[in-house]
Design a protein around this ligand. Structure first.
Ligand code: HEM
Length: 417
């Protein structure tokens, strides 16, 4: 079949759409696609030529073809605060597969069970405080709880001071990943403190001065070898942060889950009765419905053809994760929160992509997906059993600030359910 010239791809009205992306946030790609009646359009972002794509077919191209590297695919302001240079995400091919095995080994079912058991212990003290009448902001408290549970699970000291410092740093990285200017610079400065901490942890484990139980994740990272050589201290530190930071980032999904329990109380009642048969569908719907990662960028390592168009090597492609999770071709009434949709239907590898899609081993799909689901399930179960109410507050969130969060951080206080 003859391929079409790239100039035939619909394009944005303005030559550079950076301001539209800032203005429209999560819905930028999907609303532009709707207007242009297409799944792919071309534009410029920060003056660079970009192709924006959405939908399960686009996710399959992006995650199922092995075509896209993450090198030079996202702005440094984002990369530094999230995965960072030297991390698994920046690797391709064999080197990527070898590093990815480390993550998948850390995040197997036994590890996940240990983590959620630790988290449940950490929650007990908070539940008692709430029941005694204290008002807490769930987002801040979850950041601390998840930091404490992560440090304990990794096999690292979790003193109050450690938890306070690390949770501040780790949540700042996620909160400011979508910003530029002074906020981003501040978060990057704070991140350097975490990097020093993580490098020190790796050095102490290697020298035998810190001894997490063998098999604990921090021990596995410190001792991981590639082609017979251990990772450099800097790279091992980056990967340690790549476990602990996203665990803490789960605070956002849990806050959204708590919001859903409050706004759809029949689910809280069902789980409080001990009927957990629809817990996983509920959590899948939280991950589908609420905004978190808006999009992800990749650069093609070779020329390719898609939807009849011939794209050159090094094409910069941005996949709309949020828009794919809300695509009416995959999800009926995508703007309604309806966990029932997952009761008789497993998501495919490409239609539900809040944490990427495709194969885990050979692609860049998030290795922490099962841990995320288990974390949110655990917290939904525990919150449903807890005695708290949600006083009047601003529970709205904007689709412009990425990543999104209810404005109040979700304040809960003890008392009648
Ligand atoms: C808070 C919930 C989470 C969200 C929204 C999330 C989102 C994502 C997304 C969208 C990707 C794909 C990036 C790409 O295609 O380049 C990804 C990759 C990754 N995630 Fe997560 N993630 C979460 C939790 C976790 C957890 C709990 C861990 C580890 C404990 C983790 C570790 C990673 C790593 C190491 C990668 C890079 C994988 C690779 O390049 O092969 N994430 N995550």
């Amino acid at each position: 079949m003859a391929t079409k010239d790239l100039s035939g791809i619909p394009r944005t009205r303005v030559p550079d759409a950076s301001l539209s992306l800032l203005r429209d946030g999560y819905v930028f790609i999907s609303s532009t696609c709707d207007r242009l009646q297409t799944d792919v359009f071309r534009t410029r972002l920060m003056l660079k030529r970009a192709f924006c794509v959405r939908g399960a077919g686009a996710a399959e191209l992006f995650y199922g073809s092995g075509l896209f590297s993450r090198k030079d695919a996202m702005p440094p302001t984002v990369v530094h605060l999230l995965q960072d240079y030297g991390s698994v995400q920046m690797l391709d091919g064999h080197a990527h597969a070898e590093r990815k095995r480390l993550f998948l080994a850390l995040l197997e079912a036994d590890g996940i069970r240990d983590f959620t058991a630790t988290l449940a212990e950490v929650w007990e003290a908070r539940a008692a405080r709430i029941a005694a009448g204290e008002r807490i902001e769930l987002y801040t408290e979850l950041n601390r709880m998840l930091t404490e549970a992560a440090l304990r699970w990794l096999g690292l000291p979790a003193t109050q001071n450690q938890v306070r410092l690390r949770s501040q740093e780790l949540s700042a990285m996620v909160d400011h990943a979508g910003t530029t200017g002074p906020h981003n610079a501040w978060a990057r400065m704070i991140r350097r403190r975490s990097e020093r901490w993580a490098a020190q942890v790796i050095a102490l484990i290697r020298s035998g001065d810190l001894t997490p139980r063998p098999g604990r994740p921090a021990d596995l990272i410190a001792r991981h070898t590639e082609e017979g050589r251990p990772l450099s201290t800097e790279v091992a530190a980056v990967e340690l942060l790549n476990v602990v930071r996203p665990i803490v980032a789960n605070a956002r999904f849990v806050v959204f889950a708590a919001l859903a329990l409050w706004q759809h109380p029949q689910w809280r009642q069902e789980f409080a009765r001990g009927d957990l048969s629809r817990l996983e569908p509920f959590v899948q719907e939280v991950r589908r419905f609420y905004p978190f990662f808006p999009l992800i960028g990749g650069r093609s390592v070779r020329p390719f053809t898609w939807r009849g168009y011939a794209f050159p090597e090094q094409s910069w492609v941005l996949l709309d994760l949020y828009g794919t999770n809300h695509d009416p071709r995959s999800w009926s009434e995508p703007g309604s929160f309806r966990p029932e949709r997952f009761v008789d239907r497993e998501p495919t590898a490409y239609d539900l992509v809040p944490q990427g899609g495709g194969p885990y081993e050979t692609g860049h799909r998030c290795p922490g997906e099962r841990l995320t689901i288990a974390t949110v399930e655990t917290m939904v179960r525990l919150l449903s059993l807890a005695d708290y109410t949600v006083p009047a507050q601003d529970l709205t969130y904007t689709m412009r600030a990425m990543p999104a969060l209810p404005r109040s951080g979700l304040i809960v206080s003890g008392g009648s359910r």
